[in-house]
Design a protein around this ligand. Structure first.
Ligand code: NDP
Length: 335
């Protein structure tokens, strides 16, 4: 079994030597378990947090352990009554080519219903994050302006398209001309702004003539700085991710903006609410059926960025934190 382990903890940006490829003998499943051949591995920004020591909303990966991650696998041996050889399942098996898993933790996938890799993207955790975070906290109304960054990515692409379905105006922020063209022309956002443009703030303001009613926060950093002055009274800000900060090794020095932010939270009745998607677990069944319908009707489109081979995972993951991916990043481990 080939696996990628956490070799050391990164300081700042991860580097290839933070990861180690190794191989280990396979064991047989115990009662209640299945043996999976992993077909797809999901690469997600949260994995950067798992590489750090210290307390967060989830436990870190220990040095020498297999890197954590969502996976799609095929059952090659089963000792669980609900699973047979050949079944395709969603598991959380991490960066490896085979894995043992408790049957009770798996979700069976229907390869005829959707490409199986979508269980890691639009029909999986990132799609659900967009759905639950936008609808529960953002609550976009017809005619309102919804802004989301990382708009060509797994979460952001779904946020803007769901906002449109709800009758809102969707404004995307993305890095570079190709991603911006995709967000506007393929995903159908009403406007898109390149956050790398020198006059980004002015362009964002021009793209939001009525201000911003919902800002779905995926990024933090300079994007937040540009968005904040444009928030309308009673704006809602689901704080989903802060990817611009994930590689920061030390606290930023500079002016403390918190007093001004809190003054505006009060005087403009802003709702800023962080969330981790799993807290909305009871909405998952509704999401699975609703999202499948939206995809079938063409109201939601998605793009995947597929890289080949387990060995390619570290470099692809490093690129994800720099915006080198274009769409939901997955690694194809086997056919
Ligand atoms: P994406 O597929 O959107 O990929 C990440 C993208 O982030 C990059 O392509 C890049 O897009 C953008 N980015 C990276 N660095 C920066 C930067 N310094 N400044 C601005 N943009 C940057 O990833 P996901 O859709 O999987 O995740 C999006 C966000 O959602 C992340 O913050 C993630 O942590 C969060 N998340 C939160 C969850 C929760 O439960 N709260 C669950 C899932 C995701 P571009 O080139 O366009 O800038």
């Amino acid at each position: 079994n080939r696996r990628i382990l956490l070799a050391s903890r990164p300081v700042g940006k991860p580097t290839p030597d933070n990861f180690r490829l190794d191989s280990a003998p396979l064991s047989e499943p115990d009662e209640g378990q299945v043996l999976l051949k992993i077909l797809y591995l999901s690469l997600d920004p949260y994995m950067r947090g798992r590489m750090n020591a210290g307390k967060s909303y989830a436990k870190p990966v220990e040095i020498g352990d297999v890197m954590e991650g969502g996976t799609v696998g095929r059952v090659v041996r089963s000792r669980h009554p609900d699973f047979a050889e050949g079944d395709v399942v969603l598991s959380h098996s991490g960066w490896q080519s085979f894995a043992l898993a408790e049957g009770s933790t798996l979700r069976k996938l229907d390869p005829a219903a959707a490409p199986i890799s979508t269980a890691l993207g639009i029909l999986g955790m990132p799609g659900f994050t967009a759905y639950a975070g936008l609808l529960t906290i953002g609550q976009p109304k017809p005619g309102e302006t919804v802004v989301v960054a990382a708009a060509s990515g797994a979460v952001g692409s779904a946020v803007g398209q769901i906002a449109k379905i709800k009758g809102a105006r969707a404004v995307g922020i993305a890095g570079g001309a190709d991603k911006c063209a995709f967000v506007r022309d393929e995903l159908g956002f009403d406007a898109v702004v390149d956050h790398r443009a020198p006059d980004f703030e002015a362009r964002l303001k021009a793209a939001c003539p009525q201000g911003i009613d919902v800002y779905f926060e995926n990024v933090g950093g300079h994007v937040w700085d540009a968005v904040f002055p444009l928030l309308n009274d009673f704006a809602r800000v689901p704080v989903c991710g802060l990817i611009a900060q994930y590689n920061d090794a030390a606290a930023h020095s500079g002016p403390d903006r918190l007093p001004g932010v809190l003054r505006d939270v009060l005087s403009r009745s802003l709702l800023i609410r962080g969330f981790i998607q799993r807290e909305f677990v009871d909405q998952r069944p509704a999401f699975y059926s609703q999202m499948a319908e939206w995809i079938a009707s063409g109201q939601i489109r998605y793009r995947e960025d597929v890289v080949d081979g387990l060995e390619a995972a570290p470099e692809a993951f490093i690129g994800l934190l720099e915006g080198r991916n274009f769409g939901k990043l997955v690694v194809r481990i086997a056919e």
